[in-house]
Design a protein around this ligand. Sequence first.
Ligand SMILES: NC(=O)c1ccc[n+]([C@@H]2O[C@H](COP(=O)([O-])OP(=O)(O)OC[C@H]3O[C@@H](n4cnc5c(N)ncnc54)[C@H](O)[C@@H]3O)[C@@H](O)[C@H]2O)c1
Ligand SMILES: CC(C)=CCC/C(C)=C/C=C/C(C)=C/C=C/C(C)=C/C=C/C=C(C)/C=C/C=C(C)/C=C/C=C(\C)CCC=C(C)C
Length: 589
Amino acid sequence: MEGTALKLGLNSQLPAASLFPHQNCSFLVATSPSLSTNFSLNTRFQNHNPKAVLSTHNKTERRDAVRRGHKYDAIVIGSGIGGLVAATQLAVKGARVLVLEKYVIPGGSSGYYTRDGFKFDVGSSVMFGFSDKGNLNLITQALAAVGHKMEVIPDPSTVHFHLPNQLSVRVHREYGDFISELTSKFPHEKQGILQFYGDCWKIFNSLNAMELKSLEEPLYLFGQFFKKPLECLTLAYYLPQNAGAIARKYIKDPELLSFIDAECFIVSTVNALQTPMINASMVLCDRHFGGINYPVGGVGGIAEALANGLVNMGSEIKYKANVTSIILEDGKAVGIRLSSGKEFFAGKVISNATRWDTFGKLLKKEELPEEEKNFQKRYVKAPSFLSIHMGVKASVLPPDTDCHHFILEDGWANLEKPYGSIFLSIPTVLDPSLAPEGHHILHIFTTSGIEDWEGLGRKDYEQKKETVANEIIQRLEDKLFPGLQSSIVLKEVGTPKTHRRFLARDNGTYGPMPRGTPKGLLAMPFNTTAIDGLYCVGDSCFPGQGVIAVAFSGVMCAHRVAADIGLEKRSPVLDAALLRLLGWLRSMA
Ligand SMILES: NC(=O)c1ccc[n+]([C@@H]2O[C@H](COP(=O)([O-])OP(=O)(O)OC[C@H]3O[C@@H](n4cnc5c(N)ncnc54)[C@H](O)[C@@H]3O)[C@@H](O)[C@H]2O)c1
Ligand SMILES: CC(C)=CCC/C(C)=C/C=C/C(C)=C/C=C/C(C)=C/C=C/C=C(C)/C=C/C=C(C)/C=C/C=C(\C)CCC=C(C)C
């Protein structure tokens, strides 16, 4: 009896599979589904003549790899947007890449699932970097690099804040409209508002003027300092600074400072004092410069297009391919092993798993490299989310409801507390095709730690999901949508365990967050690691959490790897000098 109970108890720990219902598919190796748009490669992301830049050293490395029987230049573990951008950028430069994804479709937290005629985004739904303007539209550029362009729907507002003391602020697409609305709530702080957001624009404009590639590649980095000295010095000046400290230089009103905390929290899961100024500027300005744009057919289409593009360029992606270890030879990463026992080898290995998973699970080394110890000293895993995907009757939403909302009802002190605030996206406001006629999708989420969900039997786990989800829905009903509970036609609840299981992220974490007050982005590691041949990509690399942030990490990673395998220019002497300089800078953080 006891044994049976124990087994049942263990089984009951399994989280809801409902968020990720594709798992019945058979083993897939993507073939080349036709791309709907013309295949003109984006020149900004292209390497024009890879062979012309091969150095003798790199040629030898590549020859060695071929002699050792490597079929691939690089293996990428995981097909989140970070992994896919790294893979496609490498493929565009001429590399042969193998992507191994544990799940059955690409995208990770930018994936999707369908249920009863509704098409839900798993996670990401506010898309920065998706316009046709400037240099920072990294999602548009990543798609263009594989010959794809998605139709998008402009969102007239990024988010509608519903905050304590009945403070309601709509972040309009037009910067002037947003500033007018904010200054109408805080007229005595007009000057401070203009100065703080003005500093954000200085940084954004500097970023937007640069060609974005690997900050770990000295020829590029020094070249940028030469070509754009003012912009680079501006970025270097703000690199170690945080948004909260800068806001306090200009603004005194505590409620307005709390509003800026909320602005930062929705993109960094921490307050403004802990949010790097460069990251804050990126999102606080891109939403007005390029605007937030939603892809027709849902966010999942981005990863699908990247995966198809990768295959069309002669590289491969395998699904249901769970990497359990990275194979080292003489301390160098040379391949990976799957849970099936199958092994694949390549010149370079890139991990899109979090650094905690990469170094804690995939590398069976007793001693963490010093760099990773330092990373873990400075950054902890952010909590995960409780997410509720619902189908509701359309009549419950008032006309002109915004697509994205952030709700904090009871007091500013709850901002960073688990379940303290509520995020809500209603993508059907922009794209009604995602739900059956007469219905909307509500994607609700709130921060939640894994510790709340462990050690429960199946019944208690299911019961707790129901109770907590109902409390959150009731709060939304009270604040925004009377009659919400009775309008629900479909409801799926995911917990941190669901995210851990299906996104393969330690504790289901949303990403790294600083332990204390960071020195801006100074301590954030780039893509190379202490293990020769092993690179990381994704949100535990510079510049951190966010779809556009991991896309940038993918661009940087592909550039560094391409230089290391001889597909981009490199200088081994300068490489060593820059790596030492960056190590020293990080130690100052
Ligand atoms: N609302 C939003 O806008 C929102 C919501 C959720 C996430 N996001 C963003 O998405 C970012 C994450 O993107 P990402 O690219 O870093 O990662 P990701 O977590 O989205 O994707 C990682 C992929 O790697 C796969 N994987 C992990 N370990 C593996 C293994 N051992 N073997 C095979 N496959 C493995 C996972 O299955 C997953 O598909 C987050 O930082 C977050 O900011 C945004
Ligand atoms: C020495 C050295 C190294 C240096 C020098 C100087 C220089 C040159 C520098 C440079 C730098 C750079 C380039 C940088 C860059 C950066 C970047 C690009 C960044 C980016 C970022 C981004 C981000 C962070 C983003 C994020 C986002 C997110 C997270 C989002 C999210 C969302 C959500 C959650 C949603 C919400 C919802 C509702 C409300 C419903």
